[in-house]
Design a binder for this molecule. Structure first.
Ligand code: SF4
Ligand code: SF4
Length: 367
Protein backbone atom coordinates (compact mmCIF):
# COMPACT_ATOMS: atom_id res chain seq x y z
CA UNK A 1 0.00 0.00 0.00
CA UNK A 2 1.20 3.48 -0.84
CA UNK A 3 1.03 5.99 2.03
CA UNK A 4 1.22 9.75 2.09
CA UNK A 5 2.25 12.00 4.99
CA UNK A 6 -0.61 14.04 6.34
CA UNK A 7 -0.06 16.15 9.47
CA UNK A 8 1.37 15.46 12.91
CA UNK A 9 3.45 12.55 11.60
CA UNK A 10 0.34 10.68 10.42
CA UNK A 11 0.61 8.63 7.26
CA UNK A 12 -2.63 7.90 5.47
CA UNK A 13 -3.07 5.11 2.98
CA UNK A 14 -3.70 6.55 -0.46
CA UNK A 15 -6.70 4.24 -0.82
CA UNK A 16 -9.61 4.79 1.57
CA UNK A 17 -12.56 2.47 2.09
CA UNK A 18 -15.94 4.17 1.65
CA UNK A 19 -18.65 2.40 3.65
CA UNK A 20 -21.58 3.50 1.49
CA UNK A 21 -21.96 0.67 -1.01
CA UNK A 22 -21.54 -2.33 1.25
CA UNK A 23 -23.13 -5.70 0.42
CA UNK A 24 -26.75 -5.86 1.66
CA UNK A 25 -29.39 -8.48 2.27
CA UNK A 26 -32.68 -8.59 0.34
CA UNK A 27 -31.64 -5.54 -1.70
CA UNK A 28 -32.42 -3.47 1.37
CA UNK A 29 -29.94 -0.63 1.94
CA UNK A 30 -30.61 -0.75 5.67
CA UNK A 31 -29.67 -4.43 5.99
CA UNK A 32 -25.91 -4.65 5.64
CA UNK A 33 -24.74 -8.22 5.12
CA UNK A 34 -22.45 -8.19 8.14
CA UNK A 35 -20.31 -11.21 7.29
CA UNK A 36 -19.68 -10.22 3.70
CA UNK A 37 -19.10 -6.59 4.53
CA UNK A 38 -16.82 -7.45 7.46
CA UNK A 39 -14.76 -9.64 5.10
CA UNK A 40 -14.21 -6.57 2.91
CA UNK A 41 -13.02 -4.52 5.88
CA UNK A 42 -10.66 -7.33 6.92
CA UNK A 43 -9.34 -7.53 3.37
CA UNK A 44 -8.72 -3.76 3.41
CA UNK A 45 -7.01 -3.86 6.81
CA UNK A 46 -4.82 -6.71 5.63
CA UNK A 47 -3.96 -4.76 2.51
CA UNK A 48 -2.84 -1.75 4.56
CA UNK A 49 -5.85 0.57 4.12
CA UNK A 50 -6.04 2.79 7.21
CA UNK A 51 -8.73 5.34 6.22
CA UNK A 52 -12.41 4.34 6.63
CA UNK A 53 -15.15 6.73 5.59
CA UNK A 54 -18.76 6.66 6.69
CA UNK A 55 -21.66 9.11 7.22
CA UNK A 56 -24.80 9.53 9.31
CA UNK A 57 -27.04 8.69 6.36
CA UNK A 58 -25.16 5.87 4.62
CA UNK A 59 -27.12 2.63 4.47
CA UNK A 60 -30.05 4.45 6.05
CA UNK A 61 -28.07 5.07 9.22
CA UNK A 62 -26.57 1.59 9.55
CA UNK A 63 -23.11 2.18 8.10
CA UNK A 64 -21.57 3.80 11.19
CA UNK A 65 -22.72 1.05 13.52
CA UNK A 66 -21.43 -1.58 11.12
CA UNK A 67 -18.06 0.11 10.71
CA UNK A 68 -17.57 0.55 14.45
CA UNK A 69 -18.34 -3.13 14.99
CA UNK A 70 -16.17 -4.31 12.09
CA UNK A 71 -13.16 -2.31 13.27
CA UNK A 72 -13.59 -3.02 16.98
CA UNK A 73 -11.20 -5.96 16.90
CA UNK A 74 -8.33 -3.86 15.58
CA UNK A 75 -6.09 -1.66 17.75
CA UNK A 76 -7.45 1.91 17.64
CA UNK A 77 -4.16 3.32 16.40
CA UNK A 78 -4.13 1.18 13.25
CA UNK A 79 -6.99 2.95 11.44
CA UNK A 80 -8.62 6.37 11.04
CA UNK A 81 -12.35 6.90 10.82
CA UNK A 82 -13.98 9.70 8.85
CA UNK A 83 -17.62 10.54 9.59
CA UNK A 84 -19.98 13.30 8.45
CA UNK A 85 -22.59 15.63 9.88
CA UNK A 86 -25.66 15.62 7.65
CA UNK A 87 -27.51 18.88 8.11
CA UNK A 88 -30.53 17.82 6.08
CA UNK A 89 -31.08 14.61 8.04
CA UNK A 90 -31.03 16.45 11.38
CA UNK A 91 -29.82 20.03 11.85
CA UNK A 92 -29.24 19.39 15.55
CA UNK A 93 -25.47 19.02 15.29
CA UNK A 94 -24.97 18.29 18.98
CA UNK A 95 -27.42 15.40 18.98
CA UNK A 96 -26.17 14.00 15.69
CA UNK A 97 -22.53 14.09 16.77
CA UNK A 98 -23.26 12.31 20.05
CA UNK A 99 -25.38 9.74 18.23
CA UNK A 100 -22.56 9.09 15.78
CA UNK A 101 -20.00 8.42 18.48
CA UNK A 102 -22.49 6.06 20.06
CA UNK A 103 -23.12 4.23 16.80
CA UNK A 104 -19.39 3.97 16.12
CA UNK A 105 -18.63 3.08 19.75
CA UNK A 106 -15.74 5.50 19.56
CA UNK A 107 -14.72 8.39 21.79
CA UNK A 108 -12.95 10.20 19.00
CA UNK A 109 -13.73 10.67 15.33
CA UNK A 110 -10.47 11.19 13.48
CA UNK A 111 -11.72 13.04 10.41
CA UNK A 112 -15.03 14.84 10.72
CA UNK A 113 -16.83 16.53 7.86
CA UNK A 114 -19.83 18.72 7.18
CA UNK A 115 -21.54 16.50 4.66
CA UNK A 116 -22.03 17.23 0.97
CA UNK A 117 -22.40 21.02 1.07
CA UNK A 118 -24.32 22.35 -1.92
CA UNK A 119 -24.88 25.99 -2.80
CA UNK A 120 -28.55 26.06 -1.86
CA UNK A 121 -27.99 25.18 1.80
CA UNK A 122 -24.38 26.35 2.24
CA UNK A 123 -25.44 29.42 4.23
CA UNK A 124 -27.82 27.44 6.41
CA UNK A 125 -25.27 24.85 7.45
CA UNK A 126 -22.31 27.19 7.88
CA UNK A 127 -24.48 29.69 9.76
CA UNK A 128 -26.04 27.10 12.05
CA UNK A 129 -23.32 27.25 14.70
CA UNK A 130 -22.08 23.77 13.85
CA UNK A 131 -18.58 24.91 12.86
CA UNK A 132 -18.07 26.57 16.24
CA UNK A 133 -19.40 23.49 18.01
CA UNK A 134 -17.22 21.07 16.03
CA UNK A 135 -14.24 23.30 16.65
CA UNK A 136 -14.96 23.00 20.34
CA UNK A 137 -15.14 19.21 19.94
CA UNK A 138 -11.76 19.42 18.26
CA UNK A 139 -10.32 21.31 21.22
CA UNK A 140 -11.75 18.62 23.51
CA UNK A 141 -10.10 15.85 21.45
CA UNK A 142 -13.38 14.34 20.25
CA UNK A 143 -12.59 15.32 16.68
CA UNK A 144 -9.07 15.21 15.37
CA UNK A 145 -9.36 16.96 12.01
CA UNK A 146 -12.25 19.02 10.69
CA UNK A 147 -13.24 19.38 7.05
CA UNK A 148 -16.22 19.24 4.73
CA UNK A 149 -17.32 17.41 1.63
CA UNK A 150 -18.52 19.57 -1.19
CA UNK A 151 -20.78 19.46 -4.23
CA UNK A 152 -21.19 23.15 -4.94
CA UNK A 153 -19.74 25.94 -7.07
CA UNK A 154 -16.26 27.47 -7.03
CA UNK A 155 -17.53 30.75 -5.52
CA UNK A 156 -19.21 29.06 -2.61
CA UNK A 157 -16.16 26.86 -2.04
CA UNK A 158 -13.91 29.92 -1.78
CA UNK A 159 -16.37 31.54 0.61
CA UNK A 160 -16.44 28.53 2.92
CA UNK A 161 -12.65 28.26 2.88
CA UNK A 162 -12.48 31.77 4.35
CA UNK A 163 -14.66 30.80 7.31
CA UNK A 164 -12.39 28.39 9.12
CA UNK A 165 -8.86 26.88 8.96
CA UNK A 166 -10.10 23.58 7.52
CA UNK A 167 -7.82 20.55 7.80
CA UNK A 168 -8.99 18.90 4.58
CA UNK A 169 -11.79 19.00 2.02
CA UNK A 170 -13.44 16.15 0.15
CA UNK A 171 -14.54 16.68 -3.45
CA UNK A 172 -15.78 14.59 -6.37
CA UNK A 173 -12.71 14.17 -8.53
CA UNK A 174 -12.12 11.92 -11.50
CA UNK A 175 -10.87 12.37 -15.07
CA UNK A 176 -14.39 12.70 -16.47
CA UNK A 177 -15.34 15.56 -14.15
CA UNK A 178 -11.92 17.12 -14.69
CA UNK A 179 -12.50 17.44 -18.43
CA UNK A 180 -16.27 17.85 -18.44
CA UNK A 181 -17.21 19.17 -15.00
CA UNK A 182 -15.78 21.66 -12.53
CA UNK A 183 -13.44 19.28 -10.67
CA UNK A 184 -10.29 20.98 -12.00
CA UNK A 185 -11.42 24.39 -10.81
CA UNK A 186 -12.32 23.13 -7.33
CA UNK A 187 -9.09 21.15 -7.02
CA UNK A 188 -7.03 24.19 -7.97
CA UNK A 189 -8.79 26.42 -5.44
CA UNK A 190 -8.03 23.92 -2.68
CA UNK A 191 -4.45 23.42 -3.80
CA UNK A 192 -3.86 27.13 -3.83
CA UNK A 193 -5.29 27.37 -0.34
CA UNK A 194 -2.91 24.59 0.78
CA UNK A 195 -5.73 22.25 1.79
CA UNK A 196 -5.27 18.51 1.22
CA UNK A 197 -7.92 16.89 -0.95
CA UNK A 198 -9.77 13.69 -0.15
CA UNK A 199 -11.27 12.30 -3.32
CA UNK A 200 -14.76 10.87 -3.61
CA UNK A 201 -16.24 9.27 -6.71
CA UNK A 202 -12.87 8.53 -8.40
CA UNK A 203 -14.72 6.27 -10.87
CA UNK A 204 -17.79 8.51 -11.05
CA UNK A 205 -20.12 6.14 -9.22
CA UNK A 206 -18.90 3.19 -11.29
CA UNK A 207 -19.27 4.82 -14.71
CA UNK A 208 -15.51 4.92 -15.34
CA UNK A 209 -15.18 1.28 -14.34
CA UNK A 210 -17.80 0.32 -16.89
CA UNK A 211 -17.33 2.60 -19.86
CA UNK A 212 -19.40 2.41 -22.98
CA UNK A 213 -18.01 -0.01 -25.54
CA UNK A 214 -16.50 2.70 -27.70
CA UNK A 215 -14.82 4.54 -24.82
CA UNK A 216 -13.52 1.25 -23.39
CA UNK A 217 -11.68 0.60 -26.66
CA UNK A 218 -9.27 3.39 -25.71
CA UNK A 219 -8.27 1.68 -22.47
CA UNK A 220 -8.27 -1.93 -23.55
CA UNK A 221 -5.64 -4.26 -22.14
CA UNK A 222 -5.12 -6.23 -18.96
CA UNK A 223 -5.52 -3.39 -16.48
CA UNK A 224 -9.07 -2.73 -15.29
CA UNK A 225 -10.79 0.49 -16.33
CA UNK A 226 -11.06 1.38 -12.65
CA UNK A 227 -7.29 1.13 -12.24
CA UNK A 228 -6.81 3.68 -15.04
CA UNK A 229 -9.11 6.09 -13.23
CA UNK A 230 -7.37 5.49 -9.89
CA UNK A 231 -3.91 6.00 -11.34
CA UNK A 232 -5.08 9.21 -12.98
CA UNK A 233 -6.37 10.64 -9.71
CA UNK A 234 -3.34 9.44 -7.71
CA UNK A 235 -1.16 11.44 -10.06
CA UNK A 236 -2.52 14.72 -8.70
CA UNK A 237 -0.01 16.14 -6.24
CA UNK A 238 -2.49 17.49 -3.69
CA UNK A 239 -4.60 14.31 -3.43
CA UNK A 240 -4.26 12.81 0.03
CA UNK A 241 -6.69 9.87 0.03
CA UNK A 242 -8.77 8.33 -2.75
CA UNK A 243 -12.02 6.87 -1.47
CA UNK A 244 -13.59 3.91 -3.13
CA UNK A 245 -17.04 2.66 -2.09
CA UNK A 246 -16.09 -0.98 -2.41
CA UNK A 247 -18.80 -3.61 -2.43
CA UNK A 248 -17.09 -6.84 -3.46
CA UNK A 249 -13.80 -8.57 -2.88
CA UNK A 250 -12.65 -8.48 -6.52
CA UNK A 251 -12.98 -4.72 -6.39
CA UNK A 252 -10.93 -4.56 -3.19
CA UNK A 253 -8.33 -6.85 -4.74
CA UNK A 254 -8.07 -4.73 -7.87
CA UNK A 255 -7.81 -1.50 -5.85
CA UNK A 256 -5.20 -2.95 -3.51
CA UNK A 257 -3.15 -3.96 -6.50
CA UNK A 258 -3.45 -0.51 -8.07
CA UNK A 259 -2.52 1.28 -4.85
CA UNK A 260 0.32 -1.08 -3.98
CA UNK A 261 2.69 0.82 -6.23
CA UNK A 262 3.24 4.28 -7.52
CA UNK A 263 2.68 4.01 -11.26
CA UNK A 264 2.26 7.48 -12.74
CA UNK A 265 0.55 7.55 -16.12
CA UNK A 266 2.72 8.15 -19.14
CA UNK A 267 1.86 10.96 -21.54
CA UNK A 268 0.50 8.41 -23.97
CA UNK A 269 -1.75 6.93 -21.27
CA UNK A 270 -2.95 10.40 -20.32
CA UNK A 271 -3.94 11.00 -23.93
CA UNK A 272 -5.85 7.73 -24.02
CA UNK A 273 -7.78 8.70 -20.92
CA UNK A 274 -8.63 12.08 -22.36
CA UNK A 275 -9.92 10.39 -25.50
CA UNK A 276 -11.94 7.86 -23.48
CA UNK A 277 -13.51 10.73 -21.53
CA UNK A 278 -14.40 12.51 -24.75
CA UNK A 279 -16.12 9.44 -26.20
CA UNK A 280 -17.89 8.71 -22.92
CA UNK A 281 -19.13 12.29 -22.71
CA UNK A 282 -20.55 12.16 -26.20
CA UNK A 283 -22.53 8.98 -25.47
CA UNK A 284 -23.76 9.32 -21.92
CA UNK A 285 -26.84 11.44 -21.41
CA UNK A 286 -26.96 11.72 -17.62
CA UNK A 287 -23.75 11.02 -15.69
CA UNK A 288 -25.59 9.84 -12.55
CA UNK A 289 -23.24 8.49 -9.87
CA UNK A 290 -25.87 6.27 -8.24
CA UNK A 291 -25.42 7.98 -4.86
CA UNK A 292 -29.21 7.78 -4.23
CA UNK A 293 -29.37 11.11 -2.34
CA UNK A 294 -32.41 11.87 -4.49
CA UNK A 295 -34.37 8.78 -3.46
CA UNK A 296 -35.50 8.98 0.19
CA UNK A 297 -37.68 12.09 -0.24
CA UNK A 298 -39.30 11.18 -3.55
CA UNK A 299 -43.03 11.07 -2.69
CA UNK A 300 -43.51 8.32 -5.27
CA UNK A 301 -40.60 6.21 -4.08
CA UNK A 302 -39.18 6.08 -7.60
CA UNK A 303 -35.87 4.29 -8.11
CA UNK A 304 -34.40 7.35 -9.81
CA UNK A 305 -30.84 6.09 -10.49
CA UNK A 306 -32.25 2.92 -12.02
CA UNK A 307 -34.59 4.91 -14.27
CA UNK A 308 -31.76 7.24 -15.31
CA UNK A 309 -29.57 4.28 -16.06
CA UNK A 310 -32.19 2.87 -18.42
CA UNK A 311 -32.59 6.36 -19.88
CA UNK A 312 -28.84 6.39 -20.62
CA UNK A 313 -29.07 3.00 -22.32
CA UNK A 314 -31.87 4.37 -24.47
CA UNK A 315 -29.99 7.55 -25.34
CA UNK A 316 -26.89 5.65 -26.46
CA UNK A 317 -28.94 4.65 -29.45
CA UNK A 318 -31.51 2.04 -28.51
CA UNK A 319 -34.73 3.85 -27.56
CA UNK A 320 -36.49 0.48 -27.30
CA UNK A 321 -34.51 -0.22 -24.14
CA UNK A 322 -37.04 1.94 -22.31
CA UNK A 323 -39.48 -0.94 -22.88
CA UNK A 324 -37.75 -2.51 -19.89
CA UNK A 325 -39.70 -0.05 -17.76
CA UNK A 326 -43.05 -1.45 -18.88
CA UNK A 327 -42.53 -4.29 -16.43
CA UNK A 328 -42.57 -1.88 -13.47
CA UNK A 329 -45.75 -1.25 -11.48
CA UNK A 330 -47.57 1.88 -12.73
CA UNK A 331 -46.62 3.87 -9.62
CA UNK A 332 -42.91 3.23 -10.17
CA UNK A 333 -42.72 4.27 -13.83
CA UNK A 334 -41.47 7.70 -14.97
CA UNK A 335 -45.11 8.65 -15.59
CA UNK A 336 -45.70 8.50 -11.82
CA UNK A 337 -43.39 11.47 -11.31
CA UNK A 338 -45.27 14.41 -9.78
CA UNK A 339 -42.80 17.00 -11.03
CA UNK A 340 -42.24 18.20 -7.46
CA UNK A 341 -38.48 18.71 -8.00
CA UNK A 342 -37.52 17.49 -4.52
CA UNK A 343 -35.04 15.05 -6.04
CA UNK A 344 -33.17 17.70 -8.01
CA UNK A 345 -32.72 19.69 -4.81
CA UNK A 346 -30.84 16.75 -3.31
CA UNK A 347 -28.85 15.79 -6.39
CA UNK A 348 -25.16 16.77 -5.99
CA UNK A 349 -24.89 16.82 -9.79
CA UNK A 350 -27.84 19.24 -10.06
CA UNK A 351 -29.72 17.14 -12.62
CA UNK A 352 -33.14 18.19 -13.84
CA UNK A 353 -34.59 14.81 -12.85
CA UNK A 354 -38.30 15.62 -13.47
CA UNK A 355 -37.24 16.84 -16.92
CA UNK A 356 -35.72 13.43 -17.66
CA UNK A 357 -38.82 11.70 -16.31
CA UNK A 358 -40.93 13.71 -18.74
CA UNK A 359 -38.63 12.91 -21.62
CA UNK A 360 -38.76 9.21 -20.79
CA UNK A 361 -42.56 9.32 -20.78
CA UNK A 362 -42.53 11.00 -24.15
CA UNK A 363 -40.16 8.48 -25.71
CA UNK A 364 -42.11 5.57 -24.19
CA UNK A 365 -45.33 6.87 -25.73
CA UNK A 366 -43.67 7.03 -29.14
CA UNK A 367 -42.33 3.49 -29.00
S1 SF4 B 1 -39.81 15.25 -9.25
FE1 SF4 B 1 -40.58 13.18 -9.62
S2 SF4 B 1 -38.83 11.86 -9.32
FE2 SF4 B 1 -38.34 13.81 -8.36
S3 SF4 B 1 -38.94 13.61 -6.21
FE3 SF4 B 1 -40.68 14.50 -7.28
S4 SF4 B 1 -41.91 12.72 -7.86
FE4 SF4 B 1 -39.90 11.93 -7.34
S1 SF4 C 1 -29.76 11.50 -9.85
FE1 SF4 C 1 -28.27 12.68 -8.66
S2 SF4 C 1 -28.79 12.28 -6.50
FE2 SF4 C 1 -29.83 10.73 -7.74
S3 SF4 C 1 -28.46 8.98 -7.73
FE3 SF4 C 1 -27.99 10.18 -9.57
S4 SF4 C 1 -26.33 11.58 -8.99
FE4 SF4 C 1 -27.23 10.77 -7.07
Amino acid sequence: MQYKEYKDGIKLSRLGMGAMRLPVLNQDEAQIDYDQAKALIDQCMKGGVNYYDTAFIYHEGKSEEFLGRALAGYPRDTFYVADKFNYQANPDYRAQFQEQRKRLQMERIDFYLLHGIQDHFADDITGSGCIEYFDQMKQEGKIRYLGFSFHGSADVLSRILDMYPWDFVQIQLNYYDWYYGDAKELYEILTQAGIPVVVMEPVHGGMLADLTEKAAEELKGEASQASWAMRWVMGLENVQVVLSGMSENMQVKDNLETFSQNQPLTEEEHNKIEKAAEIQYSTVAVACTGCRYCCPDCPQGLDIPFLLNVYNEAKIGDAWRLNKLNGLPEDKKPSACQDCGTCSGHCPQGFDIPGYMKEMQKIMKEL
